[in-house]
Ligand binder design. Structure first.
Ligand SMILES: [Zn+2]
Length: 595
């Protein structure tokens, strides 16, 4: 490819030091050109300060050094002229396995351009090209990316074109280096190629199974959003899955997704049944692919122009993350990958997670969305007490809306989603706002399709901390809801870690028995009365509470090397319950779950 006005040469320079070397050529620089590195990556709402890993920045023009001045943590200005190309060179340290930044060792290179590519201010809408290369001693085996371009294995070189900086920033790269093993497969849907690359898998991995199940998800979600004649909204899609000993997460992009999962959750060859975590992995794939529409193409109006230099606030993550979470498991059911009761068990888990979070009395989901940058993405011991997840509670808002619409018989949330996608696609005649959605758009579509205003419900469910009518709506759709005794930790109001021979307190839930007794996060729970406790489940045995009656015991804890005796009133087993869901009336449940 011919180099664009903005051209990056990215070299897997020193894999053993985890260092990429970048050379950025700006063919027509502004006088005193400004460049900066993003502080966040869209889809992950936390300021991550990618510039932390940028080093040795220098600038030249016509072979002469150009002075640089630094404006802030991530912005530089080159004292350049406009008469010759400006060349900036720098290194980026990359040793983070997550899907949000970049990684480099002798087996694998992965990066999001938000971590590696300085943004050239004022030239963002020009074409950008990226050339990916390696020194002679490092072999590039393969490059996976959804971009216009090609990889020439003989020349150890891949060259890619992007229409603007936003497209570049939204395109992660996965590179297989050296002799690393990886798995690759593909399928076509309506003439469009969908690729999957899996790195880090163990020899037992059944790639064909994962690919076939992914294809079912893609077909179900494509059919959800589109009519029988529509073409996909992209020309090529790539699923990039990196597997590790212990990990979970994903990040959505306009025509690809980067995923991380535990290799023990992968499907296995010649296995009678698949690991329990496999359904969760399919749920993750379903979630990120659903974002291809919901947040990448239909998006909060505030996201139609990303500001890479600071937080981008929206009150609508309960819609974009929550409704995506509602549909991720539901569409596994529609794709035939799980049955009704398996679906209800996943929903039950979501429901109980919300019911176990005292923060739902403190924050609405709209406020939780605004605060994502400082609360949800900065989880600590107090998080469950001060905020509610816009994923889980947002999914329940989606459920309540869907079941309310279905009960009234005029429409469903499925139709509302499609209508919103169509309504916002063109940006109301302003191409700069293409895909941008507001809460008013949702209310308008609900009124049009639902035949009445749903403003009162949407306000109450998203802007207040009132309880959602989940149980009543489920019962109306043929689901039997039973209350069961809650697990011990939940009854006490504790979240603990007790797998390595001692009971470590991670969180004390506000308003609980543990709160009243005076437990604190980071306490080590040593004894109950005269007995040593090493697992929370030993408590009924040691306290003699097997008959489910309440009882007060003395709990000995260590806090900062001091021993404290706490009076803990263990509540009755029936006092705190969890919801159990079961499909009771098959016709009603099918009418909803089978779509
Ligand atoms: Zn998501």
């Amino acid at each position: 490819v011919k180099s664009a006005p903005i051209h990056y040469r990215i070299e897997a320079h020193d894999p053993q030091a985890h260092v990429w070397r970048i050379t950025l050529t700006v063919s027509k620089p502004a006088k005193n050109q400004i460049v900066s590195l993003p502080v966040w990556i869209p889809g992950s709402y936390l300021v991550r300060e990618f510039a932390k890993h940028l080093q040795q920045l220098r600038a030249t023009q016509g072979g002469h050094e150009v002075p640089l001045s630094q404006h802030d943590k991530c912005t530089w200005q080159a004292a350049c002229k406009t008469t010759a190309p400006l060349v900036l060179s720098y290194e980026v340290y990359a040793f983070d396995m997550s899907v949000r930044t970049s990684y480099l060792d002798a087996q694998r290179g992965f990066f999001n351009p938000t971590s590696l590519c300085l943004r050239v201010h004022g030239q963002e809408s020009k074409a950008h090209t990226l050339e990916l290369t390696a020194p002679e001693k490092v072999a590039i085996q393969a490059i996976y990316v959804r971009a216009e371009g090609r990889f020439d294995a003989k020349k150890q070189l891949g060259e890619y074109t992007f229409s603007d900086y936003d497209e570049l920033a939204d395109t992660p790269f996965e590179c297989v280096l050296g002799s690393a093993k990886h798995w690759h497969g593909s399928f076509d849907l309506r003439g469009v190629r969908h690729e999957m690359v899996v790195t880090g898998a163990a020899p037992s991995f059944d790639g064909a199974r994962l690919l076939a199940d992914t294809q079912k998800i893609v077909e179900a979600e494509f059919n959800f959003w589109h009519g029988p004649k529509d073409a996909p909204p992209y020309r090529h899609y790539v699923f990039m899955l990196h597997t590790v000993a212990d990990g979970y997460g994903g990040l959505e992009h306009r025509a690809s997704t980067a995923l991380i999962a535990s290799r023990s959750d992968l499907p296995r060859k010649d296995a009678k049944s698949q690991p329990e975590g496999y359904t969760q992995l399919l749920g993750l794939i379903s979630h990120e692919y659903f974002h291809t529409w919901n947040v990448k193409r239909l998006k909060p109006i505030e996201f139609t122009r990303y500001d890479y230099a600071q937080e981008n606030y929206t009150r609508l993550l309960w819609f974009f993350e929550g409704f995506t979470s509602y549909y991720d498991d539901l569409l596994l059911r529609r794709a035939g990958l799980i049955d009704n009761n398996q679906y209800l068990r996943l929903l039950q888990k979501t429901l109980n997670q919300v019911l176990q979070t005292p923060g739902r009395w403190v924050q609405s989901v709209a406020d939780a969305s605004m605060d994502a940058w400082v609360k949800y993405y900065r989880i600590d011991e107090n998080t469950p007490n001060i905020t509610v997840s816009y994923y889980t509670k947002g999914a329940l808002v989606g459920l309540c809306l869907d079941l309310t619409l279905r009960r009234e018989g005029r429409t469903s949330l499925d139709e509302v989603m499609r209508a919103l996608f169509k309504r916002c696609k063109a940006g109301r005649g302003n191409p700069a706002q293409a895909g941008g959605m507001t809460e008013a758009d949702l209310l308008t579509v609900l009124r049009e399709l639902g035949g009445r205003s749903f403003e009162a419900e949407v306000q109450r469910w998203t802007r207040s901390t009132d309880e959602l009518p989940v149980l009543e709506l489920l019962a109306a759709h043929g689901v039997e809801v039973r209350q069961d005794a809650a697990p011990l930790a939940q009854r006490l109001g504790l979240r603990v870690q007790d797998s390595s021979g001692s009971v470590q307190i991670k969180t004390v839930l506000r308003g609980s028995a543990a709160h009243a007794a005076g437990f604190a996060a980071n306490d080590e729970w040593l004894a109950v009365g005269d007995w040593r406790i090493t697992k929370l489940d030993e408590l009924p045995l040691l306290a003699g509470t097997a008959k489910a009656k309440s009882k007060t015991v003395t709990a000995l804890v260590a806090r900062d090397k001091r021993l404290l005796s706490l009076k803990l009133a263990i509540p009755e087993a029936s006092s705190i319950t969890t919801a159990q869901l079961k499909a009771a009336q098959a016709d009603k449940v099918n009418a909803w779950l089978a779509g």
